[in-house]
Design a protein around this ligand. Structure first.
Ligand code: ADP
Length: 693
């Protein structure tokens, strides 16, 4: 080999190295994007290299040039793929054709065959290019160059002979090695980049995992093989109270003293592959309080697959546990209530065709209906209680089942040939098809009520009779007392008038006492008679003008008004009421008279009479500026003979307001009192309003 050929070889080698450089610079790094443009640029660059290779060829004999294009093109096919290969093939073939000579056709076929071999190889091994061994690449080089050797047979005689006698052997020795070495450099580059990528991915995955652990709402803790804490996330800080910095590198602080041994056993179990999947454990917080946790754990392995530590996820289920316990307790409480209550509860299921079947009945229910639970569960209600249709309970059950609205079956007597009792039933729907009937045996209560009612009626009748007797007694006594009293009063008057001169002055005074006491007594008797007469006469309810009634009463009391220097004002227009005129007159006279009587000495009575309509009723009010009445006497003053003052302070018999109340009662009205001691009182009576005729 001449000096020139040696130089060409060196140049070829350099160009092959640049192939590897392009591969890593352009192709692998941007592999992900896989842009068409990038493929085209690679193709052009590879074309240029191949051209450079061809320019650095050596001429074996005139027209037969030789170079390393087979290496460049086969590797282009293998590592760069279809598009760059096509471009390179076109560029190099065109140049080879332009260079001309007898070996042009063979030269082009070498170009095409090399690129095709590379592409076919790539087709089989594209996923593992970075793993290709030197041996495989050498084999690839041999195949490519055997094909090239084959192409050489088609050279014209001279160059073929020259080739096979001079070049074939060195080519077959050197070219596959060059192919293998260049390919290996490219594979290594790819492998190295793959490794970097993997490391990058790993670092990313680690970061992602750390973020997940940190953000986890559930405590995540890991331990090393010495059982010291290596991981302690935010949730762990929150649940257990220790800060990360307080626990990292130290023994797990949450294990209660008494559990240390079990914790160790558990950890060893986990290391031996027996993982915990939701084991309930009691752990401790920093403040000493207990936490119930559900533990899920697993062993952490290092790259060599050896155990490196333990990772535990500890779900805080304290509240859940507490809620479950409370639920159980409440369930127990209600069950006890259900079992021990005195009221019957029957639970039914309503099925197809409105079939009502017993699901359950509480002990009270069984007691009341005299059945045993086992004997009725699963049976139809009408089979167990044939009388259920009659009292309408069956219909109500169906209605409640269909509407979902609870209903109450009014008191009914249940009867069949076995039992009979009075019962009150409340029916409601539970869920979609369950009906609950709550019932009571109220037979005893009903009997007691009946008895009570009977007794009340009896007593009322007795009282009415007694009252009537008493009234007629009062009437006759008062009536009979009038004649002797009249005699006492009359004779006392005669004596004091006729014999006034003959009597000592003291005796005259005594006679005057007798006369005034007699007058008081006749007023009392008259009032009593009036009181007991009230209601004997038939009521004559008619439309009465309050204005006229008030005028009439004021006429009656004109002298008293004058005497007391009273001032009576009637406010606005008074209304018409449904009343008995005589009774109304009594009411008005009594109320106005009292208003005139019970005034503060030195303060002449001022009386205001008014009326007000409300909801078909009229309120007639007599208001004064008198001494007023303490609230505690409001009820008392309406009772007969009840007075708040002595006869010396204010004259009276204590019957007036009793008469007022009786009159109001007789007319079906009501009476109200509002008073402020020292300021005045207002008596109101409520009567039906008379509509205009
Ligand atoms: P009498 O006026 O004959 O004593 P009443 O039955 O009319 O009997 O009244 C009972 C008591 O109610 C009176 O003694 C008086 O103390 C009190 N009373 C009645 N009307 C008034 C009033 N307008 N102001 C203050 N007290 C009154």
């Amino acid at each position: 080999m001449g000096k020139e050929a040696a130089l060409a070889l060196v140049n070829n080698a350099a160009l092959l190295i640049s192939l590897a450089v392009i591969y890593s610079a352009l192709y692998i790094r941007f592999k992900k994007e896989k842009l068409l443009l990038q493929k085209i640029i690679s193709g052009l660059l590879l074309g240029v290299i191949a051209l450079a290779v061809m320019m650095n060829s050596w001429e074996l004999s005139p027209g037969v040039v030789f170079d390393t294009r087979s290496v460049v093109l086969s590797l282009t096919g293998l590592y760069f793929g279809f598009i760059p290969s096509i471009i390179t093939v076109i560029m190099t073939s065109a140049i080879r054709i332009l260079m001309g000579g007898s070996g042009a056709a063979v030269g082009v076929s070498v170009i095409i065959c090399s690129a095709t071999t590379g592409l076919l190889w790539r087709y089989r091994r594209r996923k593992v290019l970075h793993q290709m061994t030197l041996v495989e690449l050498y084999l690839f080089g041999i195949v490519v160059h055997l094909i090239m050797l084959f192409c050489m047979f088609f050279l014209p005689d001279d160059p073929r002979k020259a080739f096979f006698s001079i070049t074939a052997v060195p080519v077959m020795l050197v070219y596959p090695i060059a192919t293998a070495l260049t390919g290996w450099a490219m594979s290594n580059k790819e492998a190295q980049l793959k490794g970097e990528e993997a490391a990058h991915e790993l670092a990313l995955a680690r970061k992602r995992l750390a973020a997940i652990v940190e953000a986890s709402p559930v405590p995540i803790i890991s331990l090393d093989m010495g059982y010291n804490v290596t991981e302690w996330n935010q949730a762990a800080e929150k649940v257990f109270g220790w800060k990360r910095s307080e626990v990292i590198g130290k023994p797990l602080p949450i294990v209660p003293e008494e559990d240390i041994k079990t914790h160790k056993d558990l950890t060893e179990k986990t290391l031996s592959g027996d993982y915990q999947k939701g084991t309930l454990l009691i752990r401790e917080r920093k403040d000493g309080s207990k936490v119930v946790v559900r533990l899920h754990n697993a062993t952490i392995f290092n790259e060599e697959g050896k155990p490196e530590g333990i990772l535990g996820i500890l779900e805080d289920v304290t509240i859940q546990q507490e809620a479950e316990r409370a639920l159980k307790e409440s369930e127990m409480r209600f069950r006890e209530l259900y079992t021990n209550m005195n009221i019957g509860v029957a639970i039914y299921k309503v099925g197809e065709n409105d079939e009502v079947v017993f699901l359950d009945m509480n002990p009270a229910g069984c007691r009341i209906t005299e059945v045993s639970r086992d004997a009725i569960v699963g049976r139809r209600v009408e089979e167990v209680f044939p009388g259920i249709m009659e009292i309408g309970l069956y219909d109500i059950i169906i209605q409640v089942y269909k509407s979902g609205l609870s209903q109450r079956l009014p008191l009914k007597k249940y009867k069949d040939n076995r039992i009979a009792f009075w019962t009150d039933n409340y029916v409601y729907r539970h869920g979609k098809d369950e009906i609950v009937v709550i019932f009571e045996d109220v037979t005893q209560r009903e009997k007691t009520l009946e008895e009570l009612e009977r007794r009340v009626k009896e007593r009322t009748a007795e009282l009415e009779t007694a009252n009537k007797e008493l009234e007629s007694f009062v009437y006759s006594v008062s009536h009979d007392l009038r004649a002797p009293l009249r005699a006492i009063k009359g004779f006392a008057q005669i004596i004091s008038e006729r014999y006034s001169g003959a009597l000592p002055p003291e005796a005259g005074r005594y006679f005057n006492y007798i006369i005034s006491a007699g007058e008081n007594m006749s007023a009392l008797i008259q009032n009593l008679l009036d009181y007991s007469r009230l209601g004997r006469a038939a009521l004559n309810i008619e439309r009465v003008s309050l204005a006229q009634a008030v005028d009439k009463a004021l006429d009656t009391l004109a002298s008293k008004v004058k005497e007391e220097r009273g001032k009576v004002t009637v406010e606005g227009t008074l209304h018409f009421v449904e009343a008995d005129a005589a009774l109304l007159n009594r009411i008005l006279v009594n109320l106005i008279e009292n208003a005139l009587t019970y005034h503060v000495p030195e303060r002449p009575p001022e009386i205001n009479i008014s009326s007000m309509r409300e909801d078909g009723y009229v309120f007639l009010t007599v208001k004064d500026n008198g001494i007023g009445i303490d609230r505690k006497f409001y009820k008392k003053i309406f009772e007969i003979f009840q007075r708040l003052h002595s006869a010396e302070d204010y004259p009276g018999t204590g019957i007036g307001l009793a008469i007022v109340r009786k009159c109001v009662d007789l007319m079906g009205g009501e009476i109200f009192l509002e008073s402020t001691p020292g300021e005045g009182s207002a008596f109101s009576i409520k009567l039906k309003e008379a509509l205009n005729k």
